[in-house]
Each structure stands twice: as C-alpha cells, then as structure tokens.
Write a protein that binds this ligand. Structure first.
Ligand code: ARG
Length: 531
C-alpha cells in the first residue's frame, strides 16, 4: 500500500497544467512544479527553482483569503470583547504556525505529493489515508469552497446594495454564491488556463484590500477622521469588558479565526522546490506565518478603531462597513469589489485542486471510475492549436492547454465537487459551516501531526531535511485536542455530522479498497497500527 499511496500521489496532478495549477494556488508564475518529478526523487534536481521570496509570497498568498474579511464577527461575538478577540486571533495564528512547521518536517521526511493522505497512509496504514481522502472529497474541499462562495456572494450583494442597506434576504446571497460556483466550475471544466491566467490579479486584489484596511485604520486612529462623523470609540473604556468565560465559546471563536489562517497545510507545496531547502524552508515558515499573524492583528485593530462594535459583531462583510465608515459609498464599493475578487480567485484555486483530488481518488479506485476520467466520454478534446505548432490566435492563447485542449479536464470530478459544494451552500450558513469545516479539518490535522511524533519514535534515523523543535507538534496536538473536545459541547450537531461522515468512510473503505486488494490477491496492510 506504500506503492498505492505512491500511485495516488502521482495521479494527483496528472495533467500538463501542473505549473498552472500551482500558479492558481498563488505561486509565482515562473516557478515550475512537477509533482510527478518530485515523486521520482532524483529528477527533482532540475526543478528546484524557488527562492526565499518566491516561497514567502506563495505561503502568504495561500493563506490570505476570505477569512480576515468575514470571520471577525464570529470571533468577536464568541470571545466577547475586543481584547479577547485579539487573543483568539493570535492563538489561531500560532496554532497555524506550529502546524505549518510540523507539516514541513513531514514533507521533508516523506517527500511525496498528496499531503496528509500520503503521510497518514505511510504512518498509520492505508485506511487512515483513505479516510482522509474520503473526508476531503465529501467535507473538506466542498466545505471550504462553500464558505468562500458564501462570502463571495455576500460581498457581491453588498457591492450592489451598499453597506447601509437593510439585511438582504439570505436566498439572494446564496443565489449569487451558487452563480459564482457554477461560473468557476464551468471555467475549470473548459480549460485550466483560463482561470489560472487571472490568478495574479486576484492575488493583487487581496493584498490591496488587506493593506488598505490596515493603513486606513492607522490613519483614522491617528487623526480621528471619519467620513460619516459617527463616533466609534465608545467601547474603548474596556478592552476586556464582556470577555466570555465559556470555553466552548472560545473554541467556536478559535474555529472562526483558524479559517482565516487555513491553507498553512499547503506549505508542503514549496518544501521540495527550494534551491536551498534546509536554509530557506524554515526561513519561509518562520517569516510568513508571523507576517500573516501581524497583519491580521493589525487589520482587526483597524476594524476596532474605525467601526462601532455592534457593526463588527453583526456583519459577515466587515470590510464593506469599514469602507463605508471611512470613505462612504465609494469606499464600500471599492472594498466590496476587492474582497469579492479575492474570494473569486480563492474559489477558483480551490476548484482546481479539488477537481484533481477527486480525480485522483477516482483513478485510485477510491471512488467510481468515472470520476477518474478526463473529458466527457471518449470524445477527443477540442483543440485550438496543436502542441507544437504556433498557437492558433488569441483565443487559443487564452483558453488552450499546451498539449491538451478544451474540455480536457476532469469534468466528472469537478461536477461531483460542485454538487457537494452547492448542497453545502444551500443547507449551511457561514457560521455553522466554519465550525463544521474546522472540526473535520482539525481532526485530520491532529492525527497527521500526531503522526510526526509517532514517526520520530518509530524511525528516528529517517532523514529529515527540516527538523522542527519537538515542542511544536506537541503544542499543536494539545491545542487541537482541546478544540476538538470543546466542539462536542459547543456545536454538537456539526460535530455529529462530521463524525457520521468519517464513519461512513469505513464501509466504503472495505467496499472500494479491501475488495480491490482481494481481487488482486494482495495482502493489504490490515489494521496494524504500524507497518
Ligand atoms: N485562509 C483562507 C481564507 O481565509 C481559506 C483557505 C481555504 N483552505 C484551503 N485549504 N483551501 O479564505
């Protein structure tokens, strides 16, 4: 099953558009990332192209997304006071930092693509990797896409109606979220290049929005300027007034903060690609995470200085309220457009990677074969220009894949992912989805980082290009265990649904994987803890 994990990984990015996908994730356009080469180990050499700064922009770009513009309300209302909220943001950031450092060690020790799926398979057995993939396909990927789409919808609606309009019917927000999801899915079915070409624009938008909020906040705090003339500092008497004493509420606040830092698990994308990994990988992690933590804290302080607490607490679109408060309608419009652009970009990147994940699961036999199929039926892909001939004009340059063609994408996988995402958008709402996603995500983060400790004990001699301080995974495991245990009390329904999804994966494992092994006459790894 080690080789099976291997196949899985090599199936993960089978298309010619790997480098494009990487760019979609926020990577520098010139960087080449070919996971199948990374798999081969030796051939990695010629692909090592990342410098410190490339890695930094990649990690920061992966992490910053919708969260810092949407989570503050949930952090605030649950933590109870501005001071407590800032503590939650700091703790969430530090947790992400310890997680990223731990994943970096795993990525170095097990230099295969596939992330947690591969680490769990190699450390605990294929069943663990299978359950992760199962949950990623059913919950994690569509769940995160649904959250991003909902925020996209709310910001687009706010761009149209303005910050001060009455509460908009949730079905209008959801409708726009669905429209965005369908558009992104169509784009990704037609061609992989279309979306990835615009990735850098989206990246610019989110940095502009984040930096804009922070700088404006500082200026407003220093000068007391306010477009609307409304006083906002009424609460400043007590930073900690109203702090919640309920641990479960703190846990819910933490899940909301963690969403904004999520994406740190993708640190491994950069691990094998550095020209000088032993020097630069730790440097990237220990620079990017503190950088994101500081900018999120600054951004929150800016919200607190500019906006009345009641406004922050009641809005998923805090950035729009912020723009309104400082520059009126123009400000709210600009921020609404920037944040919805940033969300659209994030949705596009998630759709791209989810499509590949579902596709890889289909190829591996984890899911029905049809999901591991490229294109529709046996139709040949529509070509706009041949791989070697000069490109057939502008349209081909915009849409075409180098050796593939239009619709040469994992369409069925994409449709499955979009259907699940759509279902979550319809039944869920932002705050419940955050906890739902957090519980499922941190269950697997916990076991993966626990795997690091297990690996240290079982294979102390294994080569580890990057070795994290052993306290790091221990802190991570303790805090995430606290989070998971409180979730049961804080939001029992979401927790129950997550547990049900994980357990539902067990019979599927026997059906899809064990059956396949029996047919092949192979002996699987069984249920032993360690192989
Ligand atoms: N931190 C991002 C945000 O604030 C979410 C990243 C989603 N996670 C992921 N692995 N795609 O929107």
């Amino acid at each position: 099953s080690v080789s099976s994990a291997f196949d899985f990984a090599s199936n993960l990015f089978p298309l010619s558009s790997t480098a494009a996908g990487y760019t979609a994730l926020g990577g520098p356009a010139h960087a080449t990332l070919d996971p199948s080469a990374a798999l081969a180990g030796a051939s990695l050499e010629k692909h090592k192209s990342l410098t410190f700064l490339n890695g930094l922009s990649l990690v920061v770009g992966l992490i910053i997304g919708s969260g810092i513009f949407s989570s503050p309300a949930q952090v605030n209302t649950n933590a109870g006071s501005p001071g407590a909220s800032l503590i939650v943001w700091a703790v969430a950031g530090i947790l992400a930092w310890t997680g990223a450092a731990s994943y970096a060690e795993l990525g170095g020790a097990i230099p295969l693509n596939g992330g947690a799926q591969v680490y769990l398979s190699k450390i605990f057995g294929e069943w663990a990797g299978f359950l992760f993939t199962w949950c990623a396909v059913c919950v994690l990927k569509p769940g995160s896409a649904a959250i991003i789409a909902i925020i996209f919808g709310e910001y687009v609606v706010r761009a149209v109606v303005g910050a001060e309009a009455q509460e908009v019917n949730t079905w209008i927000n959801k409708g726009v979220a669905l429209a965005g999801l369908i558009l992104v899915t169509l784009l990704n079915c037609v061609s992989t290049k279309l979306g990835t070409r615009s990735a850098n624009v989206f990246m610019f938008l989110k940095f502009a929005a984040l930096l804009g909020v922070t700088v404006i906040g500082i200026v407003v705090a220093a000068t007391g300027y306010s477009y609307t003339g409304k006083a906002s500092g009424d609460w400043k008497a007590g930073w900690f007034e109203g702090t919640s004493s309920d641990l479960s509420q703190w846990a819910v606040a933490l899940y909301a903060g963690l969403w904004a830092f999520d994406g740190w698990d993708n640190v491994n994308y950069v691990a094998g690609e550095f020209i000088n990994p032993t020097r630069d990988l730790p440097r990237v992690i220990h620079t990017s995470l503190p950088l994101v933590i500081i900018s999120y804290l600054a951004c929150n302080v800016a919200y607190f200085f500019v906006l009345p607490l009641a406004v922050i607490d009641s809005s998923n679109t805090v950035a729009v309220a912020f723009g309104q408060q400082v520059f009126g309608r123009i400000g709210s419009l600009l921020l609404a457009l920037a944040v919805s652009g940033s969300c659209f970009g994030a949705l596009n990147a998630t759709t791209f990677t989810s499509g590949r994940l579902v596709y890889a699961a289909g190829r591996e036999g984890y899911l029905p074969r049809v999901f591991g199929q490229i294109g529709v039926g046996s139709a040949t892909p529509l070509r706009l220009g041949s791989g070697t001939a000069p490109r057939a004009g502008k349209l081909a340059r915009l849409l075409g894949d180098d050796d593939a063609g239009l619709f040469f994408t994992p369409i069925y996988a994409m449709v499955l992912n979009a259907s699940l995402t759509g279902a979550y958008i319809l039944v869920g709402e932002f705050s419940t989805l955050l906890t739902f996603y957090g519980v499922a995500g941190y269950t697997f983060y916990f076991f993966t980082v626990l795997g690091l400790i297990v690996l240290r004990v079982k294979e102390p001699g294994l080569e580890r290009p990057y070795r994290t301080w052993i306290t790091t995974p221990i802190v991570f495991c303790c805090v995430s265990l606290f989070l998971l245990s409180r979730a049961v009390f804080a939001q029992p329904l979401q927790t129950l649904v997550v547990v049900a999804f994980v357990l539902a994966g067990v019979p599927v494992y026997f059906w899809r994987v064990k059956k396949k092994e029996r047919r092949r006459g192979e002996k699987g790894p069984g249920w032993r803890f360690w192989r």
